[in-house]
Write a protein that binds this ligand. Structure first.
Ligand SMILES: C[S@@+](CC[C@H](N)C(=O)[O-])C[C@H]1O[C@@H](n2cnc3c(N)ncnc32)[C@H](O)[C@@H]1O
Length: 360
């Protein structure tokens, strides 16, 4: 059986590399997902440790399907009680490529019916509780080969649950971790986020440096699976906690807005890294970072039209003469301003064109 790991565009090679470091062999890498083979505890290991993936799905069955009757029988044959607790609803998504069955809506509805019928006919009355998020099922039909997957993560893994509060445009935690990985920051070199907002980039950097597993602070969908062993899972978390270490890192964040520094500090405390980061309330124009890494997510967007954004980006880009690192933004003028060696990576984030500018 396989696990499917989904991710953002441009982060797929970073995720593949992370999987290799964790001891897996990713295969069939697409732009936004890849697979690994799995054994019993891999669902726990990967959900707890992946800094880059969005969600992790486990395969619960596969079969060749030519019509909706076959689809119903196949879906009905899966042992749903393992994955869907009495109090859960189900939400079915479908992806279909090049197959005889071509209606996404009907596929979703047939699989949904098969699951509910199976669970009721087995003699259990279901009282789905709206307090719980539905179990996410994914049906993939590629050239008549149907695979059904169950989301083991629940909430997307970018959600580490340490952010107590955020500013206007918080960066997703797994994108922040991807930026740190992308620029190959090594922990003994100074790292600065001069426009830190709610602090996500430095918090992720500190967690990477200190070997803090990103999933230690949250719950996962697999904790509701029938065969979930809470005691063993707690042991795995204890072991991961015992591998956290501390060193004298030079991770600094700054923001011009004192309120944002306060928020960032609260978030860092809840991520257990407040003692690893130096906080400064400072204007970018007064900053002189030399010979380190700058990783940041500058302000952008229509609301800031009256603000001197060009001046701010000029100053930031100038700082990369003496620093490595990258910045992420959807500011359209940035392309014209990167006048020396930057690699540009495109990311389509829900229809918004976001780019990463990586100092070569
Ligand atoms: C897009 S937000 C950063 C979001 C952040 N990555 C996060 O995850 O929350 C940009 C930040 O730049 C800060 N900023 C704007 N102009 C600045 C300046 N001249 N110097 C320092 N910080 C500035 C803003 O206060 C804002 O918090």
């Amino acid at each position: 059986m396989k696990l499917l790991l989904s991710c953002f565009e441009w982060t797929a090679p970073i995720l593949a590399n992370e999987l290799k470091i964790l001891g897996y062999k990713p295969f069939d890498n697409f732009s936004t997902w890849m697979y690994v083979q799995w054994n019993e505890k891999d669902i726990w290991t990967l959900n707890l440790n992946s800094r880059i993936a969005n969600k992790i799905f486990c395969e619960v069955g596969n079969s060749t399907i030519n019509n909706f009757d076959q689809l119903f029988d196949f879906a009905y044959g899966i042992d749903w009680e393992k994955y869907v607790a009495k109090w859960h609803k189900v939400k079915v998504d479908a992806n279909i490529f090049n197959s005889t069955i071509d209606s996404k809506k009907y596929t979703q509805s047939i699989v949904n019916k098969a699951i509910l019928k199976k669970l009721v006919w087995d003699g259990r009355q279901r009282f789905s509780d709206p307090k719980f998020r539905p179990v996410n099922i994914l049906v993939q039909i590629i050239e008549n080969k149907c695979t059904i997957w169950v989301n083991t993560s629940g909430d997307s893994l970018h959600n580490r649950w340490y952010r107590v509060w955020t500013g206007d445009a918080p960066l997703k935690e797994n994108l922040a971790a991807s930026l740190i990985r992308l620029c190959n920051w090594h922990y003994k070199t100074p790292l600065l986020d001069p426009m830190c907002g709610s602090g996500t980039i430095c918090i992720e950097a500190a967690m990477i440096a200190r070997n803090i597993a990103p999933g230690l602070n949250r719950n996962f969908a697999f904790e509701s699976f029938a065969d979930f062993d809470k005691e063993e899972f707690e042991n795995m978390k204890k072991e991961l906690k015992s591998k956290i270490f501390q060193w004298n890192y030079e991770i600094v964040w700054q923001d011009i807005n004192p309120k944002m520094i306060e928020i960032a500090e609260m978030n860092a405390k809840s991520a257990w890294v407040a003692d690893t980061i130096k906080f400064e309330c400072k204007d970018l124009f007064k900053t002189k970072q030399r010979n380190g890494f700058i990783v940041t997510n500058p302000p952008y967007g229509k609301r800031l039209r009256n603000y001197n954004l060009d001046g701010l980006y000029e100053k930031l880009i100038d700082m990369y003469k003496w620093n490595l690192g990258c910045f992420i933004t959807s500011y359209e003028n940035a392309d014209k301003m990167v006048w020396y060696d930057f690699k540009i990576k495109n990311l389509n984030n829900n229809g918004e064109a976001v780019k990463v500018y990586l100092k070569k």
